[in-house]
Unconditional design. Sequence first.
Length: 277
Amino acid sequence: MDISGKTAIVTGAASGIGLGIATALAEAGANVVMADIQKDLVEQAAHGLSGTNKRVMPVRIDVTQEQSVLDALAEAERNFGKLHIACNNAGVPMHGTKLIDVPPADWEFVMGVNIWGIIHGIRHFVPAILKHGEEGHIVNTASVAGFQNRRGTNQGPYSMSKYAALSLSEALEQELEGTNVGVSVLCPGPIATNIARGARNRPDHMGGPQVKANDEAMLAERLATMGLDPKKVGERVVDAIRTKTFYAFVSAVPAAVIKARHRRIEEALNSPWVTHY
Ligand SMILES: NC(=O)c1ccc[n+]([C@@H]2O[C@H](COP(=O)([O-])OP(=O)(O)OC[C@H]3O[C@@H](n4cnc5c(N)ncnc54)[C@H](O)[C@@H]3O)[C@@H](O)[C@H]2O)c1
């Protein structure tokens, strides 16, 4: 798909991967709606990009809230007209606590942002792209955590949300077959972003901002030392849109762990309990 002159919305665009995607799309000639729950920061980020003559617009969004997604979409269409590309990227971490100890409010927070954020994007951005008949593309941010649970990190709730992002993307790809709207699922390994402090923007209706200093410091350290520059992820996304690549891996991928998981599933399929389908 040709990106130049098209309009894109990117959620979680004030920081990290979302900012990298917004930057790469703007550099590829798209009009970019930068949507984030951090209003001041996304305004600053948009200002930084528009300083280079790019057509960018900041908008506040809380992807956990359907009305907020609808409001951001309306603002995007008012400003730029037709929407062509939607990157459902906003996400938060959840690590360092065993499943049996994660409080219900924390489950709701990770599912609210990482899963409902994508569901709201599918329910509203996709029809907005389909309605004008021009080419379009959806990019959902999953993770390598959508293919395996990383041993020792106790990030089961996060992984669950990324398996869901992967499944939603696979289902959406099937449903959009025969249209001119493509789908990619972005699967980054470690990227140097602010995700370790992801609970800093926890919406008030989900318990408000929180800090878990020790867990955050460990994750921040790992990402700072082995994480890829988010700008590269933005370039990966632009390439995935242009080439209509579905599984868009980027950065270090634990391929051996993912393959071992798949082998274990295949072996289980050889069981005498499995009948012909
Ligand atoms: N950093 C990594 O190593 C990595 C790896 C794989 C996948 N990811 C995924 O990439 C995505 C982006 O994360 P990042 O690493 O850039 O983190 P980040 O914290 O740097 O950026 C996330 C952005 O999302 C915004 N956000 C959070 N909750 C929101 C909400 N309810 N509504 C709207 N915006 C909201 C934040 O304000 C922030 O600007 C996430 O989905 C994350 O799970 C990150």
